[in-house]
Design a protein around this ligand. Structure first.
Ligand SMILES: Cc1cc2nc3c(=O)[nH]c(=O)nc-3n(C[C@H](O)[C@H](O)[C@H](O)COP(=O)(O)OP(=O)(O)OC[C@H]3O[C@@H](n4cnc5c(N)ncnc54)[C@H](O)[C@@H]3O)c2cc1C
Length: 497
């Protein structure tokens, strides 16, 4: 006889933990199944190791950069000890895994199983089979199931790539030697963070991007980042499509041929890092057998309540193909528990979701971009404030970047904010509350956003807090000439938030 629970969760990442915490606090019995390292991507191979290494590389960069920036300061960056850096990162990962996951699971008291889970049974009566490493198989039955199996790095079918070998963000952050040269394929957030990380550790980095850097964000972001990368000797090649890869036996180097703006170019490098996106992990889950529909990338198709085509089976996090952030996964998890057990009938809404890339300066954005506003037929009052107008940036002696705010010109509603700045992540979080309000000219307040519940806010520490020190002087913003007079009357100091 299978053991019966209220909720059976496949996976143990941010989505799984948030759901388990909420369901347990609602008095439900929960079992969580994990086949790999408990804690999932964020703590083991994603946010935590990447931000730990980025912080270390930033410290080294600041040491090398401070003397020319600040008169009277003399610093230098000494030799790097990569094995010690990687060991330090790993011990941080392990301690956070213990503190934020293992101890949390213990304190809430849900059941944990180590094994590979797959659905069995039928659409009307789904069950789970959990195969442990010792070959035993346990049958589990639940009132509701949550698929929170995450995503894995994806590599396109480029001729010779598999044979030549390549790094992913996971394996790159395990290297015990910094490659002399590194070719990064991709222009999204993982590619950008890893490119700058390795450049700051001493690699000669080239980025091959299909379109522009951070192509889903405002075009000003790509331009600002490209300048930042150029200043740090990171070469960016845009409109580049890799077509062939081979590794030279004599030198061990990799040759990558790419179609660049229509012509073939060759790149020689010590290592290739493929950061072209991730794909949901749903193979071998046997979802068809229990009536769960998946999309073209294998993602579990869900309603805005996070329910799959089988009303007993829900999904959370990267496996849904929704924005890949741990706070999104955690938000999904909490929402699933409340919808399944508390009849909350809550829907996901990404209108005010902060998006942060931890380059330095960082990219922070929330809400719509100018292109999206124009495409939806709204008249945009779009302003860009270069950081050289911001005293705080001037005193930091770092004026790289900008802040852009896009406003519905007819209603004065703030619809989006994008920044490239040292604390752009904090600005995006502040913007997420601000975009719910009217612009300073019409300060009507809307509801505050919900960022993913208790797990994200109190335990995971990845929630972006508002940056109170920023003062934006609206009258200093470049403005369309025909609006100058109107704004002059209304201009005032606006504090976020
Ligand atoms: C390099 C990198 C940096 C990142 N940085 C950030 C950041 O700074 N901020 C941020 O918000 N997000 C960041 N992310 C994204 C974030 O890590 C993910 O969005 C988040 O961890 C997804 O959580 P999840 O719960 O969906 O799945 P995961 O955390 O991936 O958990 C899924 C788990 O399911 C298990 N599993 C899969 N199939 C089965 C099965 N059949 N049986 C049992 N177990 C199974 C897997 O082993 C895994 O442990 C980063 C990601 C990467 C790769």
């Amino acid at each position: 006889m299978p053991t019966k629970y209220d909720l059976a969760i496949i996976g143990s990442g941010g989505g799984a933990f948030a759901a388990a915490i909420r369901a347990t606090t609602l008095g439900k019995s929960v079992v969580m199944i994990e086949r790999g390292t408990p804690g999932g991507t964020c703590v083991n191979t994603g946010c935590v190791p990447s931000k730990a290494l980025i912080a270390a590389a930033e410290a080294r960069h600041v040491a090398a950069d401070a003397s020319p920036r600040f008169p009277g300061i003399a610093t230098t960056a000494e030799q790097l000890d990569m094995p010690t850096l990687i060991a330090g990162k790993q011990s941080l990962v392990e301690s956070l895994r213990g503190e934020k996951y293992a101890e949390v699971a213990d304190s809430y008291g849900w059941q944990m199983r180590q094994g590979d889970a797959a659905f069995a049974g039928t659409t009307d009566a789904p069950t789970l089979e959990v195969a442990a490493a010792d070959g035993t198989v346990e049958a589990i039955e639940a009132q509701h199931y949550l698929v929170a199996t995450g995503s894995r790095p994806w590599a396109p079918p480029i001729d010779g790539l598999d044979e030549a070998g390549y790094l992913t963000s996971t394996t790159a952050m395990e290297l015990d030697e910094v490659p002399e040269s590194l070719l990064v394929l991709g222009g999204g957030y993982v590619a950008l963070e890893q490119a700058q990380l390795f450049a700051r550790l001493g690699s000669r980095v080239t980025v091959l991007a299909r379109s522009r850097l951070a192509s889903k964000e405002e075009p000003e972001v790509s331009r600002a980042l490209q300048q930042v990368f150029a200043d740090e000797a990171i070469r960016v090649v845009r409109r580049a499509l890799p077509t062939r890869v081979s590794r030279e036996a004599e030198t061990g180097q990799v040759l990558v041929t790419a179609d660049v703006s229509g012509g073939a170019q060759e790149f020689r490098t010590d290592q290739v890092l493929v950061a072209l996106g991730r794909r949901p992990v749903t193979d071998r889950l046997n979802l068809d057998a229990v009536g769960v529909n998946t999309g073209g990338f294998g993602e579990v198709l869900v309603s805005d309540r996070m329910q799959s085509s089988n009303p007993q089976i829900w999904a959370a996090g990267d496996v849904t193909g929704h924005p890949e952030f741990v706070y999104v996964a955690a938000h999904h998890g909490t929402l699933v528990a409340e919808n399944a057990f508390a009849e909350a009938d809550r829907a996901v809404d990404y209108a005010r979701l902060p998006r942060v890339t931890f380059t330095s300066p960082a990219i922070g954005a929330v809400g719509m971009t100018e292109k999206e506003i124009v495409a939806s037929g709204i008249r945009c009052d779009c302003r860009v404030l270069p950081l050289h107008h911001v005293p705080r940036a001037l005193v930091n002696r770092d004026t790289r970047g900008f802040i852009k705010i896009v406003v519905n010109a007819d209603t004065s509603e703030i619809l989006g904010m994008t920044a490239v700045a040292k604390d752009a992540g904090e600005l995006a979080a502040a913007g997420s509350t601000c975009s719910a309000r009217r612009s300073p000219r019409s300060p009507t307040r809307g509801p505050l956003p919900d960022h993913g519940g208790r797990h994200t806010d109190r335990r995971q520490g990845l929630h972006h807090r508002p940056f109170n020190a920023v003062m934006l002087r609206v009258k200093a913003w470049p403005e369309p000439a025909n609006e100058r007079q109107r704004l002059k009357r209304k201009s005032k100091l606006h504090r976020i938030p």
